[in-house]
Design a protein. Structure first.
Length: 226
């Protein structure tokens, strides 16, 4: 009965909302306070080594140009003016350069900032201090099997080091590297968690080294050292 009452209250409350007014306010906020983030903008820029112009990519840039400069765009909520919307572009630019962008569009993104790679300390902060860190997510996931994951500080620091080194040695994918590291670390636990008899499972240095075969890799490296 209580659940049915909640549903009825929500249905009646929905009827009191003037959706036309909501849409009008939404359009106004988008025009005056809107921020649009254009990720991987480098993908629509040529690599600068082509002998001729890349017509398709240049065409995409010219399609974006009037929107960034300021124009009226039709949406299902009505026309929206982009004159005062803040546009932020981001990209890796490891193949192309910002200077390869058409001059008109390049002038609309006047501030260029180069980001530094994440350090081991950055990875530690991400693992331990973010509200929904990867560690907390996996702890909640394994807890559904009545197993509490406990991470020792030394192990967390070592995981951060592994993520940092993998980014340095392989493709640098930033904080997303933590997902691949944690998936490998907890693959066995995730599979067999329902069969464990203990309530707590401690992730320590020994467990991390065993999963990532750190000692074996060290032995393999020794034969290349003089």
């Amino acid at each position: 009965m209580s659940e049915a009452r909640k549903i009825l209250i929500n249905q009646e409350a929905q009827k009191l909302i003037d959706m036309d007014q909501v849409n009008e306010q939404g359009v106004k906020d988008a025009e005056q306070n809107g921020i649009i983030f254009i990720d991987e903008i480098d993908k629509i820029i040529g690599n600068g080594n082509n002998h001729g112009p890349d017509v398709s990519r240049e065409g995409v840039q010219r399609d974006i140009l009037p929107i960034v400069e300021g124009s009226t765009v039709n949406t299902k909520y009505g026309p929206i003016k982009t004159d005062f919307i803040l546009f932020i572009g981001a990209g890796a630019f490891h193949v192309s350069k910002i200077s390869d962008m058409i001059p008109e569009l390049q002038g609309r993104f006047p501030i260029s900032v180069q980001l530094d790679s994440l350090t081991e300390e950055d990875f530690i902060q991400i693992l331990t201090h973010t509200e929904n860190s990867v560690i907390k997510q996996y702890q909640q996931l394994i807890r559904t099997e009545d197993v509490n994951l406990i991470f020792e500080d030394e192990a967390v620091r070592y995981l951060a080091k592994i993520a940092y080194l993998q980014n340095e040695e392989d493709e640098n994918i930033g904080a997303r590297r933590l997902h691949t590291v944690m998936e490998k670390l907890l693959e066995e636990i995730s599979f067999y968690a329902s069969d464990y008899e203990q309530d707590d499972f401690v992730i320590d240095m020994n467990y991390v080294e065993r999963v990532f075969n750190i000692s074996e890799k060290r032995d393999n490296y020794q034969k290349y050292l003089l």
